[in-house]
Write a protein that binds this ligand. Structure first.
Ligand SMILES: Nc1ncnc2c1ncn2[C@@H]1O[C@H](COP(=O)(O)OP(=O)(O)OP(=O)(O)O)[C@@H](O)[C@H]1O
Length: 809
């Protein structure tokens, strides 16, 4: 794994448009609250830019304090920031004149971004509404690893020292400050010196509990980023002496990226989307060892053939899409790849994909410069990639009737035949793979360079030549020494005469007459270089002539080969962009083929994705449970968010032996046929009747629909759903302070879910309140139902599994 880039922080001043989020404050947000209406500029500042330049995520953005501010100052800020990790924040006083412009400052957004252990976290503070927003930590697979790059950005960037990103320090900072009244600021930032004296232990505990209800304190990297932002604000406040204008945090919230469904760690865990099992091999266990996918949705659907496909599919699973175009496009491709008449072609493409290695990683390694000339395995992987990419393109072109697919368009545009052929040919003509394997280094073909060929020829004949020289020298030595005299070549030392050490019965001749371990023979003019137990090594004039004339032939071969491989690398890297984009499309193709294969294997069907706020599943199944029971009973679901009126439906548990009961609809929302469609469902039933499985089944089906997959259902109409929120499992171990009871964790989970829920969220609640007295639990369930009804009044969709019979009666 490449070393994690150093941590960093962004200080950004956007135009005031932010991604949507659910706030801890009840005050109306000036920003659009629906996914559809998110301001595009927030994507430019965070997603748009960083999607193209993932590397820059490890840097710090601070958009020009204003676009008008002198460029020189912005640049020097940037440069100073890039000089050293220890670069301190811009001297606020230095910028005093500019900061005098309070209007500009009041619209500033300060953002911190951190990348650590393959996860990225982010937090930002918006001056305009005193809002501190934290992101769920997002996993970035290795191929997307961040590298520090210099980009010309319209932001002020400062790389901050690692210490400022400390999770503990950030959490302590958040909980150490007095939290204001509901209608006042949540946090009032004091100067750094004051901060720890403010809250009592009891207040700190209370603050932590409240904080855990607002944001996911398990998103450690984002929490660390929020600490950096707060530190910046504190310093700024201290430096500008705006004592009468204390910096306050009025809202704390979670935010998610545009066009991505919000699925937090609780949901991923509760729905078994990923399931890390420690590897059976002891050596690969541990914090940095590779895990093993257990029984999980990703585990059963990851039928990708290439490492690139695996990585991309994981990304698709981690970030389900909210773009109906993206989802439909994936579904179209899956439908096409399932056509029986092209199945043999699809198989061929699958075989080709299997041969494709992690090309972006190889290219990144080649890009790193001199000394990184690639191993023969990497060159072979690139060569194979070119060959199989061309084969895939040919196969796709031969498939009739699927030319309209976007993936085909992408293949046509991104599989640059000229580049692929050129790179493939260059590598084939240059590298001798058989020799490379046997010699464990990159060996080049003959006939590509005269100098290399000549040196190799000399090197190949070196053994004979040295034999001739040895025989020549042997003429002048006693016969019994001549038989064992030799001439050899040592790298670095050069050509040497080898005389055996004096053995038993040997006579000592010449200069040396030591009969205890000396050489068998030595001549005048022979300079001793070194000796071992068995041999003595000399240089004479002849050896020196050989050194001068031939030198280190092997070294010359290797040096020349390195030069030529470097030249090859430079030529190949001219096609870098073409190869990288081709690899990305191959990964996408691999994911689509994997989803098509999963659809066929598990009998999934194509859903209809709509913008209406509805979930209508006919004959739905739980994709994992159905693999574990001999006969899985299918169940229907119909809920919808409607205009104005909230609806709820009381249904009996679907049962694991009987088909889903119809359910008695109460105040439902009328659908097109005049029937009432509930927007909330309360599910009751005896133990072991399949309630939990049913709830998870619905959530999983909605989740899978947003990945673009086919679904385990006879038929489904799924409305775009911005969040899947769950209160299913109590994940005690992730809460860092042991001041919460299991019941408190339940309450926090439900509190944060209710806070995050919007009109298009799916909320699943199972076994809530079981940690307390049953009458208290029933009361809590009732109040939560009422709260949900309020959200439902804003047209959200929700499920509650009600465990209390009291409520039913
Ligand atoms: N639709 C189904 N078809 C077949 N088997 C099912 C179905 N749904 C659930 N099961 C099986 O029934 C068992 C019980 O399911 P589940 O845990 O969801 O019940 P429950 O009602 O939530 O139980 P409890 O009230 O004890 O929490 C599971 O082992 C599951 O495999």
């Amino acid at each position: 794994m490449p070393p994690a880039p150093r941590r960093s922080v962004a200080f950004a001043h956007f135009d005031g448009s932010l991604p949507t989020s659910s706030s801890a404050s009840s005050s109306p947000s000036p920003y659009p609250q629906t996914t559809q209406s998110r301001h595009p500029s927030s994507r430019v500042s965070l997603q748009g830019r960083n999607r193209n330049h993932q590397h820059t995520l490890s840097q710090i953005y601070s958009q020009g304090q204003s676009q008008n501010r002198s460029q020189g100052q912005g640049q020097s800020y940037h440069q100073r920031g890039s000089e050293s990790d220890n670069y301190s924040l811009p001297d606020i006083n230095d910028r005093g004149e500019d900061d005098g412009d309070e209007d500009e400052d009041s619209e500033a957004v300060i953002m911190a971004i951190d990348y650590k252990s393959r996860k990225i976290g982010c937090a930002f503070y918006s001056m305009i509404d005193q809002r501190l927003s934290l992101m769920e930590d997002i996993e970035l697979p290795t191929s997307e690893c961040l590298e520090a790059h210099e980009y010309a950005t319209p932001y002020h960037i400062s790389i901050r020292p690692t210490g400022e990103f400390s999770y503990e320090a950030a959490r302590n900072k958040l909980i150490s400050i007095k939290i204001g009244q509901a209608d006042g600021p949540i946090l009032t930032l004091q100067t750094p010196g004051d901060i720890h004296d403010i809250a009592t232990d009891q207040q700190r505990r209370g603050n932590l509990l409240r904080l855990a209800g607002w944001v996911n304190v398990d998103s450690k990297i984002s929490v660390g980023c929020s600490g950096v932002v707060l530190t910046y604000l504190q310093r700024k406040q201290a430096a500008t002496s705006l004592t009468n204008k204390a910096v306050s945090v009025a809202h704390i919230e979670m935010w998610s990226m545009n066009d991505t469904m919000f699925v937090n760690a609780d949901t991923i865990c509760a729905l078994q989307i990923f399931e890390d099992e420690s590897h059976p091999n002891f050596l690969t266990q541990g914090p940095h060892g590779r895990g093993k996918e257990g029984l999980s949705l990703f585990g059963i659907m990851n039928l990708t053939r290439s490492p690139l496909g695996h990585t991309m599919l994981k990304q698709w699973f981690l970030r389900p899409s909210l773009s109906i175009e993206v989802i439909n496009e994936r579904q179209d491709s899956i439908s096409a790849f399932l056509r029986p008449d092209i199945s043999h072609m699809v198989q061929e493409i699958g075989k080709s994909l299997r041969k494709i290695k992690n090309v972006p990683k190889i290219l990144a390694s080649l890009r790193k410069g001199l000394g990184r000339e690639g191993r023969s395995g990497e060159w072979s992987a690139l060569q194979q990639f070119c060959f199989y990419a061309l084969k895939i393109k040919t196969c796709l072109q031969e498939m009739n009737g699927i030319g309209e697919l976007l993936i085909i368009k992408k293949v046509t545009e991104n599989f640059n035949v000229t580049s692929l052929q050129a790179v493939g040919q260059m590598i084939t003509e240059t590298i001798d793979f058989e020799e490379s394997v046997s010699l464990h280094r990159v060996v080049l073909q003959r006939n590509i360079d005269e100098e290399l060929d000549e040196t190799k020829r000399l090197y190949d004949g070196l053994g004979d030549m040295l034999g001739t020289v040895a025989r020549d020298i042997a003429r002048d030595v006693p016969p019994d020494v001549a038989t064992s005299l030799n001439v050899i070549f040592f790298p670095q030392i050069g050509y040497l005469i080898v005389i055996p050490a004096q053995g038993s019965g040997n006579t000592t001749y010449g200069l040396l007459d030591d009969d205890s371990g000396g050489p068998a023979y030595a001549q005048e003019g022979w300079d001793l270089q070194f000796c071992t137990e068995t041999n003595w090594y000399y240089k004479n004039t002849q050896m020196r002539d050989l050194d001068d004339y031939f030198g280190d032939l092997y070294g010359r071969v290797c040096d020349r080969e390195i030069e030529l491989v470097h030249a090859l690398k430079c030529r190949v890297l001219q096609h870098d962009a073409a190869l990288a984009s081709c690899a990305t499309v191959c990964a996408e193709l691999d994911c689509l083929l994997a989803m098509a294969e999963a659809a066929e294997r598990y009998k999934f069907t194509r859903p209809t994705i709509v913008t209406d706020n509805v979930i209508n599943i006919k004959g739905g199944r739980h994709p994992l449970q159905e693999l574990c029971v001999s006969a899985y009973i299918e169940n229907d679901t119909l809920i919808a968010g409607g205009e104005g009126v909230s609806g709820e439906m009381l249904v009996d548990a679907p049962g694991n032996g009987a088909p889903n009961s119809a359910g008695r609809s109460r105040t439902g929302i009328a659908n097109g046929d005049g029937e009432n469609v509930p927007s909330m469902m309360l599910l009751t039933g005896p133990n072991y009747s399949g309630k939990s499985v049913y709830l998870k089944q619905v959530a999983l089906i909605v989740y899978m629909a947003h990945i673009g997959s086919f679904l385990p259902a006879k038929d489904a109409v799924i409305g775009l759903t911005d969040k899947i929120l769950t209160r299913i499992q109590t994940r005690e171990k992730l809460i860092p302070l042991k001041i919460q009871s299991a019941f408190m964790i339940d309450l926090q989970q439900i509190a944060s879910s209710l806070r995050l829920a919007t009109r298009r969220s799916l909320l699943i609640i199972d076994e809530f309140g079981k940690g307390t007295d049953s009458s208290d639990g029933a009361g809590l369930a009732c109040s939560i139902k009422r709260l949900i009804s309020n959200i439902v009044a804003q047209h959200s969709m929700g499920f509650i599994q009600q465990l209390y019979r009291e409520l039913r009666t």
